[in-house]
Ligand binder design. Structure first.
Ligand code: ARG
Length: 468
């Protein structure tokens, strides 16, 4: 097995130490980033005269061959063949091109190398998640456009509160995921600095051109302090924080879908493709996908917490604890990306029971506030109006009647201010459409919100150019 540090040792590493120490089983996922970084490093060494042009070319050629062979499957990363992905690539390179392979690591440490690899990986992952988010936003926007007139109860305390529309309800999720998209951009922006050239911790005596490697690898600039460069994992924690927020949003949406899909609500029906059955109860169609998205949230929050705790006691600069940074990042990325795609598919195929939602708004006294406002307009002080409508709701519950189905006599028995125009004033649709403040569910306000959302989405999708 390839070790990069045998010279100082006389004894051998114990098997258990190897088991603990080796990161190849998981950091092999960074092979593309690792080779890419090495190619640029070698090129820079050649340009600076630290290696000869031939040596640098030879190394680059060798690295390209390894890249192609790993891509095609011709070369496999065998378990136990090296300590980590960095050793593996250097080992194969030296086997293939001989002496020159051993010159690649000039002016570099695995500490700045791994810091670069993970930054490159997280940068790509931000783009991946961003695309998943934008695809989901497109589906949500479509639901919004289709449902400007689908009234439903809006809830607080999970009690029916005031009538809204399905478009408005989904508009709230659109906003949550919009913030998530912008968080991806923020995180990517802050990690857009290249640590290569920081060395083990204190830079190097070789005349490296850090500006060149940074630019070649698509970074805005090199990082500054070399100790910080090798010991910073803030960007990975930020990314995990962003993913945790996304997953929290997905979990809340899942919770609503589970409730809405329940026999009691029947607001939606989840497509067969996103449900499963019971081995014993033939009638069951369970919302497992939504439940699992909700369930995976614990795992993603755990990944964030895991890296936060790992980092909290690490003295400067690099310590091996930091090898523990990768698995949480991979795990959370895979989980959130899968959940975003599943939520998208589930929402694309879900059926909304408009009539059930509308009836629920009508039979839940969601127009009670509007009925009180009606009395206020007729001159009754709001506090009295609140009391009157409260008594009417009590009466309605006893007689199984929504407010807008009271007879005129019934209305009048609660107050002489009631007139025929009350029916129109408290019709559910009227209650929704009168809510026209910016961000409210009324048709005009909602259409404005949709227009703006659409513009934003088009702009973001245009900016979603293929990443480097
Ligand atoms: N596998 C290591 C990691 O992931 C690479 C860096 C090793 N550096 C060292 N000083 N041992 O962190």
């Amino acid at each position: 097995m390839a070790q990069l540090w045998g010279g100082r040792f006389t004894g051998t590493t114990s098997e258990l130490t190897k088991e603990l120490n080796d990161s190849l089983p998981f950091d092999q996922r960074l092979w593309r980033q690792d080779i890419r970084g090495s190619i640029v490093h070698a090129r820079m060494l050649g340009r600076q005269g630290i290696l000869t042009g031939e040596e640098a070319d030879h190394i680059e050629e060798g690295l390209r061959g390894i890249y192609e062979d790993l891509e095609s499957g011709k070369l496999a990363i065998e378990a136990g063949s090296a300590e980590d992905i960095h050793s593996f690539v250097e080992m194969v390179l030296t086997q293939r091109i001989g002496e020159d392979g051993k010159r690649l690591h000039t002016g570099r440490s695995r500490n700045d190398q791994v810091a670069l690899d993970l930054r490159l990986f997280v940068r790509g992952a931000c783009c991946e998640i961003r695309s998943d988010l934008l695809a989901l936003e497109e589906t949500i926007l479509h639901i919004m456009e289709q449902n400007v007139h689908t009234t439903m109860p809006g809830f607080t305390h999970l009690q029916k509160a005031q009538p809204v529309t399905l478009a408005h309800h989904f508009g709230a999720y659109f906003e949550m995921f919009r913030r998530d998209v912008s968080r991806m951009s923020d995180t990517k922006e802050r990690l857009n600095e290249c640590p290569l050239g920081a060395g083990a911790l204190a830079g190097t005596t070789y005349p490296l051109d850090r500006g060149y490697t940074a630019a070649e690898l698509g970074f805005r600039c090199p990082t500054r302090n070399s100790m910080d460069s090798v010991s910073d994992r803030d960007y990975a924690i930020e990314f995990l924080n962003d993913l945790s927020l996304i997953q929290m949003h997905l979990s809340r949406l899942s919770e609503e879908i589970i409730l809405w899909n329940s026999n009691e609500y029947r607001f939606v029906e989840i497509d067969d493709a996103y449900s499963t059955g019971s081995s014993i109860m033939p009638q069951k169609k369970n919302p497992d996908v939504a439940e699992l998205i909700r369930g995976k949230t614990g795992r993603v929050f755990g990944d964030l917490n895991s890296l936060l705790v790992t980092m909290k006691g690490i003295p400067l600069a690099y310590d091996k604890d930091m090898q523990e940074d990768k698995e949480p990042v991979f795990d959370a990325l895979d989980t959130v990306s899968l959940c975003l795609k599943l939520m998208n598919g589930m929402l694309k195929t879900i059926r909304f029971n408009d009539s059930v939602m509308e009836a629920s708004a009508k039979h839940g006294y969601t127009n009670a506030t509007d009925a009180a406002d009606y009395l206020v307009k007729k001159g009754v002080p709001f506090r009295d109006a609140h009391g009157i409508i409260g008594r009417m709701v009590l009466y309605g519950i006893e007689h199984h009647k929504p407010l807008d189905e009271f007879t005129m006599d019934e209305f009048r028995s609660f107050g002489p201010e009631f007139d025929e125009d009350v029916y129109d004033a408290i019709a559910i649709r009227t209650c929704v459409d009168r809510r026209l403040t910016k961000g409210a569910p009324g048709q005009q306000a909602m259409e404005e919100e949709i227009r703006e959302a659409k513009q934003w989405l088009i702009h973001e999708c245009d900016a979603d150019a293929p990443h480097s």
